[in-house]
Ligand binder design. Structure first.
Ligand code: KG4
Ligand code: ZN
Length: 472
């Protein structure tokens, strides 16, 4: 069933729960079905996009528009209130955002204790942790915004990429809320959300722009042509930079309760970044791909050769031991970021050739909260007279705001699904996309070094949007 779903060209209907026995029919939104939404009275009536712009109803763009300026008006934006739910990895997050970008609430329940105990994310335990807190997290988001579900306009939820078991918890919750309160539902690509949240904080940020998305599981350089339209200039051939930060923190015996990255960043401030000679990854490959597995090994060897014992917490280390750990942290961070700098320079050059009008480099994802990363990348973009856009740290790490905002961007152009049934049958199959590329690879940027496993990769968001546009 899964493979037949993936094979369909126009699966833009997002988040479709498909009964195991049923045939999958892509859903294209029609004005009539929108009219049926309001079975229950809403305290603040909301005009859905297609009803709001009836003159364009017959135009294909009314349904799947990719207009660079989203369909929007002041009252539309203020009335639109979207709940965003995120459970793709180890944070359970929910937020409520208005169409004009006003953040009404934001709640994150982190699994930092589990992370600290196991030094990584264990999917089954993460799933349980999400299940335990999801109802409370969503309720807190509603309470903090002083809203009830009836006052929402739509629910947005991450459907991929991420851990299936974890994604499922968020999707189930989103469908329960949307089904019970007759709300449309918007499926969100986690990495698109990391990029688009920059448009919430920087209103001048128009398509096209270049984005570097750096997190625990991803290292992506993408050219964002438009909503739902991306070209992948580079990705990692093995580990992402956040994973390298996390392992470095673990092996240095740092406190992982706020994840490894911040602990390494803090300790690095005490160290000499030139003291340990790590080599910069992939120097000989003149492309925009990344590799952090080799640097991880170099760090491990350096730690072993200095007899650093990770079981001795930093707080108990002698001053010599502490400074030796700090030197490794600083040297690692310097080289990890040099790799980003080198790739970003090349990506800017490629991007300016493809889309000469780009003016911004967006840097987002958990690792973008690192001040050293920001400062170094700022220098890179200045050389090209571009502007660096980094969301504030709490919007760089996984959060519900970015999901709600991406929901809003998609909702404005008519990309959403109708309210699901109030109760999903037990045998329904969720449309989860654990391995879901954001865009097609840039042909000239393909590298021999890249040997990504291609099994069970979902068609990219961009190819789905393009197919759906062609069908209109
Ligand atoms: O985007 P994110 O919250 O979750 C994923 O989608 O992976 O990113 C989490 C990653 C973790 O690897 C964490 O160590 C890293 O972001 N991170 C940092 C910093 N804050 C979070 N890495 C370096 N410096 C930081 N200040
Ligand atoms: Zn993330």
């Amino acid at each position: 069933m899964v493979s037949s779903l993936l094979a369909l060209p126009s699966t833009f209907s997002r988040l479709n729960l498909v009964q195991k026995s049923s045939i999958f029919i892509p859903f294209t939104f029609k004005a009539l079905s929108l009219l049926k939404f309001h079975k229950q009275p809403r305290l603040r009536p909301f005009n859905y996009p297609l009803l709001h712009f009836p003159s364009s109803l017959n135009s294909p763009e009314a349904h799947f528009s990719t207009s660079r300026r989203p369909v929007s008006s002041k009252s539309f934006d203020v009335d639109l209130v979207v709940l965003g739910i995120e459970t793709s990895c180890d944070d359970t997050a929910a937020a409520i955002v208005r169409g004009n970008g006003e953040i009404l609430s934001q709640v994150v329940s982190s699994q930092a204790d589990l992370l600290a105990r196991y030094g990584g994310v264990a999917p089954k335990m993460a799933e349980e942790a999400h299940s335990q807190v999801i109802d409370q997290v969503v309720q807190d988001a509603l309470d903090k915004a002083s809203l009830t579900e009836r006052e929402l306009s739509a629910v947005a939820v991450t459907i991929g990429p991420g851990l299936s078991l974890c994604l499922r918890v968020g999707v189930q919750k989103a469908r329960r809320v949307a089904g019970s309160f007759n709300l449309p539902i918007i499926s969100v690509h986690h990495m698109e959300a990391h990029a688009l949240v920059a448009r919430l904080i920087e209103k001048e940020l128009q398509f096209p722009f270049l984005a570097l998305l750096i997190s625990g599981g991803h290292n992506l350089l993408v050219l964002a042509h438009d909503l739902g339209h991306y070209t992948q200039l580079g990705t990692t051939i093995d580990d992402a930079i956040g994973e390298a930060f996390d392992k470095t923190a673990k092996w240095l015996g740092l406190d992982m309760r706020k994840s490894g990255g911040p602990a390494v960043e803090q300790l690095a401030q005490e160290g000499d970044a030139e003291s340990v000679r790590f080599s910069i990854p992939m120097k000989q490959h003149k492309d925009c791909n990344f590799s952090y597995a080799g640097l991880k090994t170099q760090v491990k060897l350096a730690i072993a050769s200095r007899n650093i014992d990770a079981k001795v917490p930093l707080s108990c280390a002698s001053s010599l031991d502490r400074s030796s750990r700090a030197d490794i942290a600083a040297s690692f961070q310097r080289v990890a970021v040099l790799h980003l700098e080198e790739r970003c320079e090349r990506a800017v050059e490629w991007a300016l050739k493809i889309e000469p009008s780009i003016k911004h480099l967006v840097v987002s994802g958990g690792v973008a909260s690192n001040q050293y990363v920001r400062a170094r990348l700022d220098q890179v973009v200045q050389k090209y007279s571009l502007q660096l856009v980094c969301p504030p740290p709490n919007l760089c790490t996984d959060n519900g705001v970015m999901i709600a905002w991406t929901g809003i961007e998609n909702f404005r152009v008519g990309r959403y699904d109708p309210p699901p049934p109030a109760n999903d049958p037990d045998d329904f199959m969720y449309d989860l996309r654990p391995r879901w590329p954001l865009g097609e690879e840039y042909a000239e940027g393909r590298s021999e070094a890249r040997s990504l496993r291609r099994a069970r990769v979902h068609p990219s968001l961009t190819s789905l949007v393009q197919a759906s546009l062609q069908q209109q």
